[in-house]
Design a protein around this ligand. Structure first.
Ligand code: LLP
Length: 420
């Protein structure tokens, strides 16, 4: 049971009618269910019960401080990819020694910030990065804890833009070079080898690619033992998919069992970096219909949200279910549901059958908790929308809607424009 349900044709988030929230905060806005967020985190974590583990929520999926705060309170760690995410994580109360830092392009200032804060480990994505982290640690007279992110060349069978574990992808280090990397790391004075890491992609709906990855990692781990390198942390990355439409991804229990069974050795502490599976179906985007129009070949429903707030349909042709907040029970229509942005790719759905909606009606864009607000922009000078969290019958605005003044913050006009 999830927490966006109809009661008497009105969609509720937990025990609050969504219509009421729209009246209070205006549209568009993202809406998150506290109960769903908590249940998803706990279900994922307890799927690994009995195994030494740390669930490091992947911040990039949704970085709102309230959401991070909730996972910190539930005992989670954090997977970050930038100094900005580290800052947010620390603000939200994560213990630094529960934070892992991935990403192919860590800057020196970001490395320094992470070293100063004593994070759990850096997931190294190139041999040059290893050298730089060693130098920076030497500079601070400290030791940098690292894992090498291995690119296992496994096909996760997902959208090509979100596959990361194939040879042709920029991520991680291939198995052969990873062995060289560990040997190099062993000789560096300011590096402590802590773990091994991977992340093969996102929205993965089958356990096989995870099993294949572990089998590659097991081979490398054995090679490492032979040269006296003992891994303490095995970081499986994230990637477990969710249902947007008719996908049937494995439940966290099935995913956990597949991983646990493929672990040759139980002396590791397992790190998991789930993002989408925790937050994806815990959030929706609520928008208002501004206009409807009938083109020569199509119906258009024009809403006050678009690719600036939710980029996934434009970028990946991603499917998000769209439901009326108040059911009309009219006949349905087939329409393109589009936004106000001046781009043809600005659609939420194309050729979609929906209730025959009218100007002023509210729509709920479902499964919009992950990579949704986080990837929003100010394109066409549209203020970023509000974010709201509901717990039972309580509402809290966890991010104010931006104002037009906010849009100009930080900009300034040089005096030399007055010169002729
Ligand atoms: N760990 C690393 C190193 C990652 O790069 C990612 C996601 C995760 C964990 C979390 O993966 P998840 O459990 O959420 O699948 N914007 C795309 C998804 C990009 C995923 C990037 N990396 C989308 O909207 O589908």
């Amino acid at each position: 049971m999830h927490h966006f349900q109809y009661q008497n044709d009105q969609m509720y988030c937990e025990n609050v009618p969504i219509r009421r929230i729209a009246k209070a905060v205006g549209t568009p806005f993202y809406l998150y269910s506290h109960a769903t967020l908590k249940r998803h985190f706990k279900a994922f974590d307890s799927a690994f019960a009995g195994v030494s583990r740390l669930v490091c929520y992947s911040a990039k999926a949704n970085t709102n401080l309230a959401i991070l705060n909730l996972f910190a309170k539930l005992g989670g760690g954090l997977d970050i990819v930038s100094a900005g995410e580290l800052y947010r994580g620390l603000q939200a109360g994560f213990e630094p020694n529960k934070i892992v830092y991935s990403g192919v392009g860590k800057r020196v200032d970001e490395i320094d910030y992470a070293l100063k804060n004593g994070i759990l480990m850096f997931n190294i994505e190139s041999l040059e990065e290893l050298e730089v982290i060693n130098q920076r640690a030497a500079n601070f007279n400290t030791i940098a804890p690292v894992a090498i992110r291995v690119n296992p060349d496994v096909d996760p069978k997902t959208h090509p833009y979100i596959s990361t574990g194939l040879k042709k992808n920029k991520f991680g280090i291939d198995i052969v070079s990873a062995l060289q990397g560990y040997k190099a790391a062993q000789k560096l004075d300011h590096i402590e080898i802590k773990g091994i890491d991977c992340h093969i992609g996102s929205q993965i709906t089958d356990v096989q690619p995870f099993k294949d990855t572990l089998s590659s990692l097991n081979t490398l781990i054995n090679e490492l033992r032979k040269i006296g390198i003992y891994i303490r942390y095995l970081d499986m990355g994230g990637g477990l998919g969710i249902t947007y439409s008719d996908e049937t991804p494995p439940a966290p229990d099935e995913y956990a069992q597949a991983i646990i069974k493929s672990l040759k050795d139980s002396s590791f502490k397992l790190i998991l970096e789930p993002g989408r599976v925790i937050v994806g179906n815990a959030g929706i985007l609520v928008a208002k219909v501004l206009y409807t129009k009938r083109g020569e070949t199509k119906n258009f429903v024009i809403t006050d949200t678009g690719m600036n707030d939710l980029m996934r349909p434009a970028l990946y042709d991603a499917f998000h279910a769209i439901k009326p907040v108040s059911k009309t029970r009219d006949a349905t229509i087939v329409a393109d549901i589009v936004g106000p942005i001046c781009e043809t790719s600005d659609f939420l759905a194309r050729d979609r059958e929906i209730d025959n909606v009218h100007r002023g009606d509210l729509l709920a864009v479902m499964s919009a908790g992950a990579y949704s607000f986080a990837m929003s922009s100010n394109y066409c000078s549209r203020p970023r929308c509000a974010e709201v969290m509901v717990k039972d019958n309580r509402i809290h605005v966890i991010r104010n809607r931006q104002t037009v003044e906010d849009l100009c913050a930080g900009e300034s006009v040089p005096d030399f424009l007055d010169e002729h």
